[in-house]
Design a protein around this ligand. Structure first.
Ligand code: SAM
Ligand code: SF4
Ligand code: SF4
Length: 338
């Protein structure tokens, strides 16, 4: 892999870019977009504030020149963005891009999977927080049962996409679903990753006592199954990986709260309106859309991004306390892109 040309204050390269393509969603997950706040009067971004596909492509080229190798499209719900397939086609062929993935709640994935794969998409992460319908519907607050999402997962696999499933675990919300989820995805041979509930944004009422740690989840699974550790595939891999002994079926843990991984964080984010963020927990972004629309050259864009990244000193999860979790101004996950 080519070396990145820029590093931040702690020597971390800029290697991964998450691009949010919309702040809208067809779910109202209680921990992400609670309906009381994201109701029918909520002011989502107007269309003219969204980066166009041309603008996303141009920015992506600049980031690739700076050393980015992996892109993930997210949101909101990225499959709601009209013609997303065409954006993937434009990005997948760019010089220097090694990997393009997408994170989705899966509702629209089944019927789109083949087209997305043909457009050049390599992998999808599908979010599913419970198998049990009552629990899942309580979380998504949108009347969607788990079966349509499971069908989409199977269709995406059949279409040739690499598929992982992500489950956010919140105490009292879905911790009773840890084992049913592990058993189900082991049975169908799909990697399941447990994500510790995080204090993103201002609206999800996060508290340390809601977090079910990797250690607790691991113990629940290890009581029933033999697990062995799997080495990380590359520097900075976020998930801690295990496999069910004697199989190649994996289970992973994203330990943002109990074992933070800021020291190897090489990720940047672009929100749907073109704001550039150097941390998921940032309070403020740099408005690349206005810079673009004011006629900046690629050279000027490059210099702007370099000067922002060079001074990056984010390590929010390493420093998290009750106080920062409650009082620091943070951007909503549906806007910044999960
Ligand atoms: N709508 C898509 C989806 O749900 O996959 C993409 C965007 S969503 C913001 C990306 C991921 O962030 C999902 O897996 C979601 O469960 C996760 N997420 C949202 N809020 C979270 C929180 N407070 N803590 C941990 N993960 C969270
Ligand atoms: Fe939508 Fe994803 Fe947030 Fe759920 S987690 S509300 S699906 S953006
Ligand atoms: Fe990266 Fe910020 Fe998360 Fe730390 S808290 S891993 S710096 S995004």
């Amino acid at each position: 892999m080519q070396q990145s040309v820029i590093t931040d204050k702690f020597g971390r390269a800029l290697q991964d870019l998450r691009i949010s393509v919309t702040d809208r969603c067809n779910f109202r997950c209680r921990y992400c977009m609670p309906r009381e706040i994201f109701g029918k009067d909520f002011a989502f971004l107007p269309k003219e504030h969204l980066l166009s596909f041309e603008e996303i492509e141009r920015l992506t080229k600049v980031f690739l020149e700076l050393g980015v190798r992996k892109i993930r499209l997210t949101g909101g719900e990225p499959l709601l963005r009209r013609d997303i397939k065409h954006l993937i086609e434009r990005l997948a062929n760019l010089d220097g891009l090694e990997d393009i993935g997408l994170t989705t709640n899966g509702v629209l994935l089944g019927k789109m999977a083949t087209g997305l794969k043909q457009a050049g998409l390599k992998r999808v992460n599908v979010s599913l927080d419970a198998i049990d319908d009552e629990t899942f519907m309580k979380i998504n607050d949108s009347n969607v049962k788990s079966q349509p999402v499971i069908d989409s997962i199977i269709k995406a696999k059949e279409a040739g996409l690499k598929v992982k499933v992500n489950m956010v675990v919140k105490k009292g919300m879905n911790d009773h679903q840890i084992l049913p989820m592990a058993n189900f995805f082991k049975k169908i041979g799909v990697t399941l990753r447990f994500i510790e509930f995080m204090d993103v944004g201002q609206t999800n009422g996060w508290d340390f006592k809601h977090v079910v740690t990797k250690k607790e989840i691991f113990e629940m699974i290890a009581n029933e199954h033999d697990l062995e550790a799997v080495d990380p595939a590359y520097f900075g891999e976020v998930a801690k990986r295990y496999r069910y002994t004697g199989t190649d079926i994996e289970v992973g843990f994203i330990t943002s709260v109990s074992e933070s991984f800021c020291s190897s964080c090489t990720r940047a984010r672009i929100a749907a309106d073109g704001h550039f963020f150097t941390c998921l927990f940032a309070g403020e972004g740099l408005n690349l859309k206005d810079i673009l629309r004011d006629g900046a050259t690629n050279q000027e864009l490059t210099e702007t991004i370099i000067s922002r990244w060079k001074y990056r000193d984010d390590r929010y999860s390493d420093e998290r306390t009750e106080e920062t979790a409650k009082n620091r101004k943070k951007i909503e996950m549906s806007y910044i892109g999960g």
